[in-house]
Write a protein that binds this ligand. Structure first.
Ligand SMILES: [Fe+2]
Length: 161
């Protein structure tokens, strides 16, 4: 974890607990996960005063770009399958990606400055539940080029998702 991930451990831990509870209670979702080979499927499950929860599905090979969360902290929980998270770390030749694998039941809390990419590198579909606090308003997508993060695009709630 980076120092920024520790900015408010109580707050991030609370988001993780909310994600764990929601992931363990599919009857509360009000929607059944679907898989879409043309575009990753996602649905917002609920929004509360200071957070929101989304359900995401991942066919083998489906992924996000590197992205931040516009200043929101959050957590994701693997409902089923396996996902790989790639995060940015300083290396000898500049920034480089480091991979961590998560399987069903794992939870991954993250701070407000977290940048990551999520990919399903497995041969099976995966389902994950994500909580963000506060609710997402903006996400910047990046690519890693020559050891540095370059902005690809800024996506905004209500427009991009
Ligand atoms: Fe994310």
């Amino acid at each position: 974890m980076s120092a920024l991930d520790l900015e408010a451990p109580g707050r991030v831990g609370r988001l993780r607990d909310i994600a764990r509870r929601a992931a363990a209670d599919p009857a509360s979702w009000g929607v059944s996960p679907r898989f879409d080979a043309t575009a990753r499927w996602y649905a917002r499950l609920f929004a509360a005063g200071d957070h929101e929860a989304w359900l995401l599905t991942w066919l083998p090979g489906q992924s996000t770009d590197l992205h931040d969360h516009g200043g929101s902290a959050g957590a994701f929980v693997l409902v089923s399958g396996a996902l790989t998270e790639e995060t940015v770390h300083a290396g000898a030749d500049g920034a480089a990606l480091r991979s961590t694998s998560f399987t069903a039941g794992d939870a991954r809390p993250f701070g407000s400055q977290h940048v990551h990419r999520i990919v399903n590198t497995s041969a099976e579909p995966a389902v994950s539940l994500h909580v963000y606090g506060p609710a997402l308003t903006r996400m910047t997508r990046y690519r890693l080029q020559d050891g540095a993060l370059r902005v690809l695009e800024i996506d905004r709630a209500g427009v991009a998702w």
